[in-house]
Design a protein around this ligand. Structure first.
Ligand code: ADP
Ligand code: MN
Ligand code: MN
Ligand code: MN
Length: 341
């Protein structure tokens, strides 16, 4: 007897990495072995020395194939088993271990857009739909495009055991969101990559494509982001508001705003314009309930005096290993200095 293992990895495409996968047939009960691939076909190696190594890091049931089949997220290593230059997970693991005592957790809101050919699902051939206003969390065929795909994706994520916390239709037609978390930094990022792979794979069966492009349509149409919600134990505890302010302030100190934003996804200056519920990419701000700020403190958090913050800057195409590492590093270092742990 055998089972199928779908090995999934993040490639070296620039400026935004792509997901790749291939199938391995294994004997029932077998452990998941290291595997390899041709790095010269994924912008991860030269043809003359093309082998890269796949090391399984996160496994879950395969909801597409079912049965005993599994999805296997891998990190990419060099043949000496050191992390490949495209491997941003390895550094996150180190940072997360360093600050594990603060118990950081994340909930990431993944926005995305369906495309049919060269236009967003719901956009008429050669024109535009009615302006934004009625689509966000809408209902009915005049407002909603692709719900069958969204429902199938949600079901697949749940069958895979991912910590999805919700879905909603977004501001632009054909644009949707799912949320992963709250979970610890490494797990939320691993699960988000799997959920993205499942999104593309599920949409395949409906003959539509999904994209994480941050500004899929120019003009008066919302971009697609990946709001990153963050808290530590101190922020979640009674009286955690002081720690929340420390975290918000730390993200604005010195070179931090630029250090973060330049790692928050390619094309961020096209999306963070100051319009369409964004703050300008080069001006850091935070505020309660403020969807025009870089970082929002939800109203309930101010009322309770504890909870979490939302970094609204990351693009839909952000690498979750990068945004979680930067936020843990910046905020947890500041909280440690302030004795708020
Ligand atoms: P909105 O659209 O209003 O910005 P969502 O409901 O889409 O908010 O997303 C909020 C996210 O915040 C969810 O992913 C949720 O899991 C996450 N979240 C809730 N509480 C915390 C917390 N204490 N720490 C980190 N993330 C949290
Ligand atoms: Mn949301
Ligand atoms: Mn949203
Ligand atoms: Mn949000």
């Amino acid at each position: 007897m055998t089972f199928k293992a779908e090995y999934i990895w993040i490639d070296g495409t620039e400026p935004t990495a792509k997901l790749r996968s291939k199938t391995r047939i294994l004997a029932t009960g077998a452990e998941l072995p290291l595997w390899g691939f041709d790095g010269s076909s994924t912008n991860q190696a030269e043809g003359s020395s093309s082998d890269c190594v796949l090391k399984p890091v996160y496994t879950c049931p395969d909801p597409i194939r079912g049965g005993d089949d599994v999805l296997v997220l891998c990190e990419v290593l060099n043949t000496d088993l050191s992390p490949h230059r495209s491997n941003t997970r390895a550094e996150l693991v180190e940072t997360a271990e360093r600050f594990a005592a603060q118990e950081p957790i994340f909930g990431i809101e993944q926005e995305y857009t369906f495309f049919e050919g060269d236009r967003p699902l719901g956009f008429p051939v050669g024109g535009f739909p009615a302006p934004q206003g009625g689509y966000y969390c809408g209902v009915g065929v005049d407002e909603i495009h692709g719900r069958d795909v969204v429902e199938a994706h949600l079901e697949n994520c749940l069958t895979a055991g991912l910590g999805i916390s919700g879905i909603n239709a977004e501001v632009m037609p054909g644009q949707w969101e799912f949320q992963v978390g709250p979970l610890n930094p490494v797990v939320v990022a691993d699960q988000l990559w799997i959920a993205r792979w499942l999104l593309y794979r599920t949409a395949e069966d409906f003959n539509v494509s999904a994209t994480l492009a941050p500004k899929p349509v120019r003009g008066d149409w919302n971009g697609a982001g990946a709001h990153t919600n963050f808290s530590t134990k101190a922020m979640r505890e009674d009286g955690g508001y002081a720690a929340i302010i420390t975290a918000c302030e730390s993200l604005g100190e010195g070179s931090k705003p630029l250090d973060h934003v330049k790692n928050y996804g390619a094309g961020i200056d096209d999306r963070l314009t100051g319009l369409h519920e964004t703050a300008p990419w080069n001006e850091y701000s935070y505020g309660v309930s403020d969807r025009g700020a870089s970082v929002r403190i939800p109203w309930q958090v101010e009322k309770d005096g504890k909870g979490y913050i939302e970094d609204r800057r990351p693009n839909a195409n952000v690498d979750p290993y990068l945004v979680t590492r930067l936020m843990v590093d910046t905020c947890c270092t500041a909280l440690e200095k302030a004795g708020q742990v």
